[in-house]
Design a protein around this ligand. Structure first.
Ligand code: FAD
Length: 278
């Protein structure tokens, strides 16, 4: 899995599947279910930390589900494997906007939906009208109000796969979106240019606080365990400086959680999804 995650760590999965379409995916899930094999859908692995022993089960990449289409006046439907930036660009070409804040978030719509990815106080689910899920072998549409979600979190049932999302957008002139993309990209270049593989922010921001400030206050900026390091540039980015193992990241994260709790009484919670065999 080190080839499928931005942190470049993680042992192998038993199976890695890239279904072509929904029918293909249904056949695959029905077979996996029959064999009692669990599955994990992934996007581009920008928020995944896979344990060193790998994944006992199947990893399913939704990369072939990448169509984006207009549905009526101000609605855009993006399949789970569509890239965030491609979705923003698609809307821009049609004079629509409102999801520009995801333009610089690396990954796919499926990953963004599951993580309720966001920036500048906005989360993608607040702009989502409807989700199409594959649940128990059937395709279901859910209005967003029917689902439980919050900051960097969407509650799904085990085995659910996000197939597509419908976004309700506003009229927006293309040059305004261009400006939004440029500003976001400039800001990210100045703040996030950490020089090593990362998964972005490793910990969630506790309510009303910035995780990086707590990490700094605990004296953990720059601290290393093996090849993993709390970045000198952005201390909430844990980076792979070369040859890190997942255990290095887990040990470093454990030290940070302990140090932050000791100095501030706050328990940090990982934003990255930690998966795989213990
Ligand atoms: C440099 C950098 C900057 C970042 N900046 C931000 C930021 O500003 N804001 C932010 O929110 N995040 C940020 N991230 C984190 C990451 O980009 C987001 O979490 C992104 O949404 C992950 O998308 P992905 O497609 O790679 O998902 P993955 O990492 O592949 O998966 C993430 C989770 O979603 C699940 N998942 C993926 N696809 C599906 C599907 N189709 N159905 C069901 N579940 C699915 C996976 O099982 C996993 O639990 C950053 C990461 C990096 C490396």
């Amino acid at each position: 899995m080190c080839r499928h995650t931005s942190l470049k760590v993680g042992g192998p999965a038993d199976l890695f599947a890239i279904p072509e379409d929904v029918e293909d995916l249904k056949v695959l899930l029905s077979w996996l279910k029959g064999q009692n094999i669990p599955w994990l859908p992934i996007g581009r692995g920008y928020n995944l930390l896979v344990r060193d022993k790998g994944i006992r089960g199947a990893v399913i990449s939704l990369e072939r589900f990448n169509r984006i289409s207009s549905v009526g006046e101000a609605l855009i439907r993006a399949e789970a494997g569509a890239e965030n930036l491609a979705t923003v660009r698609f809307a821009q070409k049609r004079g629509l906007g409102g999801i520009g804040f995801i333009s610089g978030i690396p990954g796919t719509i499926g990953g963004a939906i599951k993580m309720n990815a966001g920036a500048y106080g906005e989360g993608i689910l607040e702009r989502t009208e409807q989700l199409t899920l594959l649940r128990d072998g059937n395709v279901h549409d859910f209005r967003i109000e029917e689902l439980d979600y919050g900051y960097r979190h969407l509650k799904l049932q085990d085995g659910d796969i996000v197939l597509a999302a419908l976004f309700k957008l506003n009229e927006r002139q293309a040059h305004h979106t261009e400006e939004e993309i440029r500003k976001d990209s400039d800001l990210r270049r100045s703040k996030h240019n950490v020089g090593y593989p990362s998964a972005g922010s490793f910990f969630k921001n506790p309510h009303g606080m910035a995780a990086w400030r707590l990490i700094d206050a605990a004296g953990m900026r720059g601290v290393r365990v093996g090849g993993a390091q709390a970045s000198e540039v952005h201390s909430n980015f844990l980076v792979n400086t070369g040859g890190a193992s997942t255990q290095d990241f887990l040990d470093l994260a454990g030290q940070i959680i302990k140090a932050v709790f000791t100095t501030s009484g706050v328990t940090l919670e990982e934003e990255v999804r930690i998966v795989g065999e213990i």
